[in-house]
Design a protein around this ligand. Structure first.
Ligand SMILES: *Cc1c(COP(=O)(O)O)cnc(C)c1O
Length: 344
């Protein structure tokens, strides 16, 4: 099976499993697991933040962050139209934190990347204190790269412009960096440059980094100490979690630079798809490891691919998402292209 459904489908490599098997461990929720602590320190430094906390999932990083920033009583969270918390976290920001979500349109196209002007326009005349009528603008969230936007990379200048606009309005800021390291490898901009201006920022180990479990949320020492309350409250505090944190450390040592291979494979996939009659794609839209393209019938296309031992995901009636990762090599891409031509 050539599995391009998602970069979450990776299996831990033998070497990663060996690192997990030999990890030093302790009681994580009592802060006695040296491997978890090492991973948290590593991620805090990587993201240019004071402290970090290891969590079971990226979704919990987002959920805790929103809970940290949003206060009861009508606080507003501004977020890109394709962002994960909006479309794939079961309504968490509203259900858990009582946030009212204001959706920011992307420009250009449906990339999930919005401009500082769009943010300013959405804020209108609102002040941090708000008036009696408007929700109180409180939080803006940026997703780097944008998953459903096709893995597009926010340019550094655009991130900084959004942070400036947020500062003018006294907003808290959050970076969903599930695939931040893909943006780092694609752009050459350091993770800390993208992340240090945010109040909270996180990376996922289970996407392109290829670990089986875990994500790490970073921020100021005060915010991370408060994050621990919710980690405990929501059952995210663990025990000998060094076994899984070791996979995260291994991934940071061995699976970051190689993301360039995934990006090259995604480009090759996009170029090959562009040459197939009936496929709609602009290979220039592929910044990282996610390839979005149009076909006449997404469900039928995916079923035909499956019969050929190739898996991709339908993300709309006529839209397909294919994601490259460390379990698919260049030969796999050629086989997937041949299968795609047959499926069309
Ligand atoms: C996958 C993903 C998440 C959630 O991460 P999990 O580890 O799957 O819970 C959040 N945001 C984005 C952009 C993602 O791609």
């Amino acid at each position: 099976m050539i599995n391009l459904y998602s970069d979450t489908q990776t299996r831990p490599t033998e070497a990663m499993r060996a690192a997990m098997a030999s990890a030093e461990v302790g009681d994580e929720q009592r802060r006695e697991d040296p491997t978890v602590i090492a991973l948290e320190e590593r991620v805090a430094e990587l993201l240019g933040q004071e402290a970090a906390v290891f969590l079971p999932s990226g979704t919990m990083c987002n959920a805790i962050s929103v809970r940290l920033h949003i206060r009861p009583g009508g606080d507003e969270m501004l977020i890109g139209e394709l962002a994960h918390p909006l479309i794939a976290e079961a309504g968490g920001p509203a259900a858990i934190s009582g946030a009212i979500l204001t959706v920011l349109e992307s420009e250009p196209g449906r990339t999930g990347i919005f401009s500082a002007e769009t943010l300013r326009a959405a804020l209108g005349g609102s002040s941090p204190g708000g008036d009696r009528y408007s929700p109180r603008a409180r939080l803006v969230s940026v997703e780097q790269t944008v998953n459903i936007g096709g893995g597009r990379v926010w340019p550094e200048a655009q991130v900084l412009a959004v942070l400036d606009a947020a500062a003018e309005h006294g907003l808290r800021t959050h970076l969903d960096g599930a695939r931040l390291m893909n943006a780092v490898i694609a752009s050459g901009v350091a993770a800390s440059v993208y992340a240090e201006g945010f109040d909270t920022a996180w990376i996922d180990f289970t996407k392109g980094l290829g670990a089986p479990v875990g994500a790490c949320l970073a921020g100021s020492a005060d915010l991370i100490s408060e994050a621990w309350r919710y980690k405990q409250m929501w059952g995210g505090a663990m025990r000998q979690a060094g076994v899984i944190a070791a996979a995260g450390l291994y991934a940071l040592d061995h699976h970051v630079e190689r993301l360039a291979d995934d990006h090259a494979n995604a480009r090759r996939l996009a170029e090959g798809l562009a040459a197939i009659d009936g496929v709609t794609i602009d290979p220039g839209d592929v910044d990282t490891n996610i390839v979005m393209f149009g076909v006449p019938d997404a469900a039928a296309f995916c079923a035909a691919l499956e019969a050929d031992d190739v898996r991709m995901g339908a993300v709309g009636p006529r839209q397909i998402r294919a994601v490259t990762h460390l379990d698919v090599d260049a030969d796999g891409i050629e086989l997937a292209l041949a299968a795609a031509a047959r499926a069309i």
